[in-house]
Design a protein around this ligand. Structure first.
Ligand code: ADP
Length: 580
């Protein structure tokens, strides 16, 4: 009864605009319907002939392409293949897949299909009696920046490589990132009067992490970041010529790719994998490491309900990312990180690699250090929709219109202090001087049009729009402008004082801390070999990227995750290929 009521409700939620065309015999025709997905209606068109489903096509939708597109398309194919709605959803894109199936159901019912028959599977995939086994030299688990870099490097060293990815698309958190890559770069830094060196980079990273990182790993990250950039360029990635300081980044040494986003990193790395013959298997979740005679020699996995084994003659690289999306796991290590906090992570960031490694005796370090990104989108927790350059060229005010911290503080201090402010969120405010780049200006105006950013022609107008006392905001901005003039922020101690906020229009948007990067994970050595609790390398097991701990310590410099994943991804790939 309950089930039927639920189905009725779901049907009611579906916007039906069924279009019959052609013959009206039962189970024949063409119909279009929508059902609610994660981000709005998902449109599906079904064509059938005499009770046979001929095609299911995906129409308009607003689901996140990197996360859901491939999964939704898979559902459409499965419905036709199996002649049934009894199809699997894909982890991480469950709601989007369900919407496809619901919309298809509405179409089929409207075409006269019998509801009960819709869930009978005619062509169900056969469950093999024996688990299929595939053999490679190197098995990489996870297809973010670390996994793909490891796969490329292993393949370049002559290994046959497979990458297992549990979601329906590659990229993990890497593809969602704003992707600033910290690296000392005299050629770009010197003309801008920026003095930097590998030693400064090392010291700032180590001290920024409150000296809790393993210094030998920090040394590798900071001294090999430039090689990592060259590697990316060799794969075809183009870098912009601007140098920027990331939020909580300590120094102007951040490099952007042309798209200023993780998308082009992943695109380039995936293309390189294809070129090198690396096999990438989607929707395949590694569940367990296979250990033979004390050596990790493969992975047990599940692909769409079917068990599989991937044997690794040389080594397994764990590149499964962090555990920010796993509320239970993050609360185990920091009970304050409850489920009502925003999270910027991919649904794949559930700590699988850490748990699999732990099950074979790996040591975990720094698990309690979980980073909140201070300026997440207040609605989604994502990193997008942010005013360009607001970190260097703007101020942060609370909901009373007052500054409360130096904006160039570390991410941990920023996040904690923002959450302590009234209402737990803040506004970032800047003016017309925030950018001279047309592309950034266009982006900003787009955000204004979308209602993500408030634009005002005067501070009074801005104060009214944000609900501040006009005098308070004016006093806040005047005090900041005076600090810029004197090049000394006596109240909060901000070091970066580039521009006064005195050129209308003014821009503001609300931001809030979001669970972003889990800094702890499996312990590795300088060869990216996973260490046991006794401090010995576990033969055959390597790890790179957010799944590891000990690289950033207790706090991460903004802009350091990209050199981390590329540098250590390459090391892990090479070590695995060479059976180090
Ligand atoms: P990193 O930045 O360290 O490369 P990402 O978050 O970018 O990490 O990528 C990690 C990838 O690993 C994600 O795409 C995630 O879906 C994938 N992943 C996580 N757990 C598993 C698993 N058990 N099997 C296969 N892939 C996994």
């Amino acid at each position: 009864m309950k089930h039927r009521a639920k189905q009725g409700l779901l049907l009611a939620l579906c916007t039906l605009f069924v279009l019959y065309c052609g013959c009206k015999a039962k189970g024949t025709g063409c119909a279009t319907a929508t059902a609610q997905g994660c981000n709005g209606p998902v449109e599906v068109t079904v064509t059938a002939d005499n009770g046979k489903i001929l095609s299911v096509e995906l129409g308009n939708h607003h689901e996140t392409p990197e996360v859901a597109q491939a999964a939704m398309e898979q559902v459409t194919q499965d419905i036709v293949e199996r002649q049934s709605l009894a199809v699997d959803t894909v982890a991480g894109a469950t709601e989007s897949c369900r919407a496809v199936a619901e919309a298809a159901k509405t179409c089929l019912l409207s075409l006269g299909f019998d509801e009960d028959a819709l869930y009978v599977t005619l062509n169900a995939p056969k469950q093999p009696e024996e688990t299929p086994v595939s053999s490679y030299d190197v098995v990489v688990v996870g297809s973010g920046g670390a996994g793909l870099s490891a796969a490329i490097t292993a393949a370049q060293s002559g290994a046959r490589v497979v990458v297992l990815e549990k979601l329906a698309g590659v990229g993990g958190n890497t593809v969602r990132s704003t992707a600033l890559y910290n690296c000392v770069d005299d050629a770009l830094q010197h003309p801008l009067g920026i003095y930097d060196s590998e030693e400064i980079f090392f010291q700032e990273t180590f001290e920024g992490g409150h000296e809790m990182a393993k210094p030998e790993l920090v040394r590798i990250l900071t001294s090999q970041a430039d090689e990592g950039m060259r590697f990316l360029e060799e794969q075809g990635l183009q870098f912009d010529t601007v140098i920027d300081n990331c939020l909580g980044g300590a120094h102007d040494r951040g490099h952007y790719s042309l798209a200023h986003a993780g998308t082009d990193y992943i695109e380039v790395l995936q293309t390189a994998c294809d070129r090198l013959g690396v096999t990438i298997v989607l929707e395949t979740a590694a569940k367990e490491l296979i250990v033979d005679d004390g050596r990790v020699c493969g992975v047990r996995a599940v692909c769409r309900g079917e068990k599989q084994e991937y044997r690794a003659a040389r080594g397994v690289v764990l590149a499964t990312g962090g555990f920010g999306y796993n509320v239970e796991m993050r609360m185990k290590y920091d009970h304050t990180l409850t489920g009502d906090l925003l999270c910027s992570n991919s649904p794949g960031s559930t700590g699988d690699g850490i748990l699999m490694a732990q099950a074979v005796g790996a040591n975990l370090i720094g698990m309690e250090y979980i980073e909140l990104y201070p300026l997440g989108d207040v609605a989604t927790g994502g990193l997008r929709n942010s005013i360009p350059n607001v970190i260097n060229r703007g101020i942060f005010v609370n909901t009373l219109g007052e500054r409360f911290i130096r904006e160039d503080a570390g991410r941990d201090d920023l996040s904690r202090t923002i959450l302590e402010q009234p209402d737990g969120f803040i506004y970032v405010i800047t003016d017309d001087d925030c950018t001279v780049r047309q592309s950034e200006r266009d982006y900003l105006e787009g955000l204004v049009l979308m209602g993500e950013v408030v634009r005002a022609d005067s501070l009074d107008e801005l104060a009214d729009a944000l609900g501040f006392e006009r005098d308070v905001l004016k006093a806040t901005v005047e005090a900041y402008n005076l600090a810029v003039e004197k090049q000394s922020d006596s109240i909060f101690g901000r070091q970066t004082l580039l521009n006064a906020l005195d050129t209308p229009p003014f821009y503001a948007n609300a931001r809030k801390p979001t669970v972003h990067h889990t800094l702890g994970g499996v312990e590795i050595d300088t060869y990216a070999r996973v260490l046991s609790e006794a401090g010995q390398p576990i033969p055959g097991l390597y790890a790179a990227g957010e799944v590891t701990g000990g690289i950033h310590g207790a706090n991460r410099l903004g802009g350091n995750s990209f050199p981390d994943i590329i540098v250590f991804g390459r090391i892990a790939g090479l070590s695995a290929a060479q059976c180090r």
